[in-house]
Design a protein around this ligand. Sequence first.
Ligand SMILES: Cc1ncc(C[n+]2csc(CCOP(=O)(O)OP(=O)(O)O)c2C)c(N)n1
Ligand code: SF4
Length: 285
Amino acid sequence: MPSFEELTTKERPTWCPGCGDWGILTALKKALVEINADPTKTVVVAGIGCSGHLPQWINTFGFHSLHGRALPVAQAIKLANHELNVIAVGGDGDGYGIGMGHFIHAMRRNVNVKYIVHDNQIYGLTTGQASPTSEKGFKTKSTPHGLIEEPVNPVALALAADCSFVARGFAGDVPHLVKLITQAINHKGFALIDVLQPCVTFNYLNTFEYFYRRVYKLEETDYDISNKEAAFQKAFEWGEKIPIGVFYKKERKTYEDELPQISKEPLVRQKIDNIDISQLIEEFC
Ligand SMILES: Cc1ncc(C[n+]2csc(CCOP(=O)(O)OP(=O)(O)O)c2C)c(N)n1
Ligand code: SF4
């Protein structure tokens, strides 16, 4: 199946040199090679942001949607053809701000979609406003006196919404991120990977160095990924030490499993020419 080079587009990404987005793109391509993914059956869906450009630079199918709308589009694609490998990507502003409602409901629904969030704790594309994960007190263009609100906690929110695979990665550790993405794709159900992704142009606080000094891997401790209470505790560890790795994993039925309509074949392959919708159309006229 695909080689890394085959997944690489002729066009070069326009991200700033040194941006954490580069590491995420590399990790995603390496993970697709690792799992032997068929690029013609893989769709990468993005919202709007610097991160939202990612589908343009990977040789799979892609969809650049609207701000905060990567997940509705990704879920629709998966329900229309559940044989596709569907991966949604986007920023923290995209997914945890304007897209927050979709984020929570997609997780409790457990559609078999993977969601990689480029969490740089800032709005990158719009040049440096505070985002939902920006730290309290952070001075940005939109918060010149320091941010008043507490940040949202994506890992804790995912656990509360019964997300069946919850992980955090770091764009500065590509081999580790490849493992997380591979595990997420192999997991049957919705998977969140919140990726610490330094924005080297607008986030002067959460830098590569900041994370290199703090991150440690859960799998190198005696952590049990099936223990939800322990996962909640770990979700609130943020400061001198920041855990990365799989926080929680549970097997449960996917949304698609519960739909008898698609149990035999994907919706897109079902015949619809024998369905009479004239009465329905009349109702709406
Ligand atoms: C409905 C709507 N509101 C606002 C915008 C402007 N806008 C574009 S990207 C963005 C935020 C980008 O930040 P983030 O989602 O964190 O992604 P990043 O650029 O950091 O990767 C905003 C507010 C928009 N495109 N559409
Ligand atoms: S503005 Fe920030 S997030 Fe956007 S490409 Fe540059 S470094 Fe990356």
